[in-house]
Design a protein around this ligand. Structure first.
Ligand code: GDP
Length: 432
């Protein structure tokens, strides 16, 4: 699918069994994104197994399975189009590891669809202390997802009741407000992922509702900001020395614009030179913009002077080397407890460095974001905390609010991701 529409990475969140897969599968079908042959196969299988209600959720499973078997290599993610946008569905809804993927994956969500079941008992379970409706709302906010649509699902199970819809909506709004969402900007849509009501066409079962359908609500997202206006940042993946050309660093432009003739500096190496030429996929270009994977020839910098993990920027606004930084993290895995002094490996853009936990400033309530303990002695798996870190090697790190791709990190130890988070503050290192 090639599309000139602006693109949005969408993550679908919500409590298990609230209907995320069903809703998305049905939506993809109604938007004409599932081919007839595949749909027939799925329907027959569902019938044979006496599980016809599962057919919509199976659409996503089917894609997932093909992806795993390598049948649809270029279908790395599910895509669909609305009137205004081309969406990529990040991760499969219901996927257990979505929290991990959301934070550590290369695929950062621009927006989220929160699915909340209105069914008696289900809504209540989702917003309970251990509920994922609560947890996911907080995580979405923590990871900087500021745009949200809420689908109140399974309306067929509650007699299409306006009262129940209003009750669930008010409850979810309260949670959203608590973590800092501007609820005047969050559309709510009563739907049935199962029957398809209000997904694409207005439901006649809910004449009391006069808002957008689900797909119309998704079109109300604002286009993610084009980081073209930001200072230049190119994390370097590799550096080559090409005979007759010279030093050629390779990387993806994350923000800003690189032009032939620009003077760039690589940090923390602190080596600068002039850009002689830029190439993408063996084609010469005069300027590169965010999203472009490029190789560029730099005069005045030797191959051995720079390396993977360095970041290129203009000399007028060089990438920031952090002496210390403060991150908001979630502990994804740890067998015991993490205390100051712990030193896992930091992974940020293309760089890695040992990083020390200097001080655990606060432990936060993962459900509300409120501080539950100042300066705790340790944190454990599942905890969310504000922590001061010290990278033990010079490394470029930016605040998440300034440069999201350079302000998102994971921390690993013995091959496992122990924590992930975003940079909320930092102290610059002195560069000699
Ligand atoms: P997920 O875990 O959030 O992805 O939930 P699923 O999409 O797998 O749905 C869980 C269960 O709820 C399945 O049995 C679905 O058939 C059922 N379900 C999902 N959406 C609806 C709906 O709108 N109405 C009804 N009655 N059942 C639904």
């Amino acid at each position: 699918m090639s599309s000139k529409k602006p693109h949005i990475n969408l993550v679908v969140i919500g409590h298990v069994d609230h209907g995320k897969s069903t809703t998305m599968g049905h939506l993809l079908y109604l938007l004409g994104q599932v081919d007839d042959r595949k749909m027939k196969e799925i329907e027959e299988m569902a019938k044979k197994m006496g599980k016809e209600t599962w057919k919509w959720a199976w659409i996503l499973d089917k894609y997932k399975e093909e992806r795993e078997r390598g049948l649809t290599i270029d279908l790395a993610y599910l895509k669909f189009e609305s009137k205004k946008y081309s969406f990529t569905l990040i991760d499969a809804p219901g996927h257990r590891d979505f929290v991990k993927n959301m934070i550590t994956g290369a695929s950062q969500a621009d927006a989220a669809l929160l699915v909340v079941s209105a069914k008696t008992g289900e809504y209540e379970a989702g917003v309970s202390a251990a509920g994922q409706t609560r947890e996911h709302i907080f995580l979405a906010k923590t990871m900087g997802i500021n745009q949200l649509v809420v689908a109140i699902n399974k309306m067929d199970e509650v007699n299409w009741s306006k009262e129940r819809y209003e009750e669930v909506k008010a409850g979810v709004q309260k949670l959203l407000r608590m973590v800092g969402y501007d609820i005047s900007k969050v559309p709510f849509v009563p739907i049935s992922g199962f029957t398809g009501d209000n997904l694409v066409e207005k439901s006649s079962n809910m004449p009391w509702y006069d808002g957008p359908t689900l797909v119309e609500a998704l079109d109300m997202f604002e286009e993610p900001p084009r980081p073209i206006d930001k200072p230049l940042r190119i994390p370097i993946q590799d550096v080559y020395s090409i005979t007759g050309v010279g030093t050629v660093p390779v990387g993806r432009v994350e923000t800003g614009v690189l032009k032939v003739g620009d003077v760039v500096v690589f940090m923390p190496a602190n080596k600068s030179g002039e850009v002689r030429s830029i190439e993408t996929h063996h084609t010469r270009i005069e300027r590169a913009v965010p999203g472009d994977n490029i190789g560029f020839n730099v005069k005045g910098v030797a191959r051995h002077e720079i390396r993977r993990g360095d970041v290129a920027g203009h000399t007028t606004n060089p990438p920031t080397v952090a002496d210390e930084f403060v991150g908001r993290i979630i502990v994804l895995y740890h067998p015991t407890a993490i205390a100051p002094g712990y030193t896992p490996v930091l992974h940020v853009h293309t760089a890695t460095s040992p990083v020390r936990f200097l001080e655990i400033e606060k432990k936060l309530d993962p459900r509300t974001g409120a501080t539950i303990e100042e300066k705790p002695a340790y944190i454990k798996q599942g905890d969310v905390a504000i922590v001061k870190f010290k990278p033990l090697k010079p490394v470029v790190i930016e605040k998440y609010s300034d440069f999201p791709p350079l302000g998102r990190f994971a921390m690993r130890d013995s091959g496992r991701t122990v924590a992930a988070g975003v940079v909320i503050d930092l102290k610059k290192a002195e560069i000699k």
